[in-house]
Unconditional design. Structure first.
Length: 307
């Protein structure tokens, strides 16, 4: 059975994917399905660079503002909800346009991921955690090397949580994680046509710095104060988002605004590096020149999408 084609605009933060996705959705009879782990939270508009109300009136947006800011949210919840949104758009004869930079959300939509199939065992985890505390992470990793060398090669000893999880799966199922059924991005239910905007690194960093300044001018500090006044805990998952957690020390009088903004920009640049690593490894993505005229990039998207 032929898979339905969907369009995706992905890539690092501040690369311009939201504007291009909006343009593509307008030109291609589409609706946007957001793929951002922070934009799901209600009341967090400025710090997450959410699409404006005017843009949402031009093109329907899905998977925005679906979770209260004091509630946790996971990829296991995102996957079925986003798939339902995609199916709803397809049922109307319109094109789903994925837009966002959360790589794990893209993977969840690309593969038939099943969450929680293998049960956990707190006693197993505690045994290996105790070993790590007593003998070091390397001792736990060495056991994984002996029992499942293929998985061990992929995991650094300091990635203790995943090392322990691999040992836990092995003990519970009797099968090494490397021998568990593995899916690829092509196994999913959609024919994904993915595009991203490429920028010279320094220019991307300049765009990140400029966006941080613009967020502050647009009222990010006021937005953060409003969330705190509404009772959202500084420890909430939503408050760990870039921009919010860096301004919290300023509000508590523990840092200057200049220090907070410098930290926000630096952490966002580091996040963009991680996004680039993730998306560069995805061979399905066609990289477009971010400096080119948007109409030129849109024309290339349309040509390649229809091919």
């Amino acid at each position: 059975m032929k898979k339905p084609k969907i369009l995706g605009l992905v890539g690092p933060t501040a690369s311009g994917k939201s504007a291009l996705a909006l343009q593509a959705a307008q030109a291609m009879n589409g609706e946007i399905v957001c793929m951002d782990s922070m934009q799901v939270f209600q009341g967090m508009d400025i710090g997450t660079a959410k699409s404006s109300r005017q843009d949402r009136e031009l093109v329907p947006h899905h998977m925005l503002d679906i979770v209260p800011p004091d509630s946790p949210y996971s990829v296991a919840e995102y996957q079925p909800q986003a798939k339902a949104a995609i199916e709803e758009v397809l049922s109307r004869g319109r094109l789903p346009v994925l837009c966002g930079g959360t790589g794990l959300y893209l993977r969840a939509l690309s593969r038939e991921m099943v969450f929680g199939d293998t049960q956990s065992d707190v006693l197993i985890r505690e045994r290996y955690l105790h070993m790590a505390q007593e003998e070091g992470n390397q001792a736990v990793h060495k056991i994984l090397e002996e029992k499942d060398p293929e998985t061990a090669k992929k995991l650094h000893p300091n990635n203790l949580r995943r090392v322990i999880r691999a040992l836990e799966v092995l003990e519970l199922t009797g099968t090494p994680m490397s021998a568990q059924p593995q899916q690829t991005d092509e196994d999913g239910p959609y024919d994904m046509r993915l595009f991203a905007l490429a920028w010279p690194r320094q220019e991307l960093y300049e765009r990140i710095n400029a966006r941080a300044d613009r967020m502050l001018r647009d009222g990010l500090l006021r937005e953060l104060k409003g969330l705190l006044d509404a009772g959202v805990s500084p420890q909430a998952q939503s408050m760990q988002g870039l921009g919010y957690k860096e301004l919290l020390p300023y509000l508590r009088g523990e840092s200057t605004m200049d220090d907070a903004m410098e930290l926000m920009s630096r952490r966002t640049r580091n996040y963009a590096k991680r996004q680039m690593t993730w998306f560069t490894a995805d061979k399905r993505i066609t990289w477009l020149n971010g400096k080119k005229d948007p109409d030129t990039n849109l024309e290339r998207i349309q040509t390649m999408f229809d091919a």
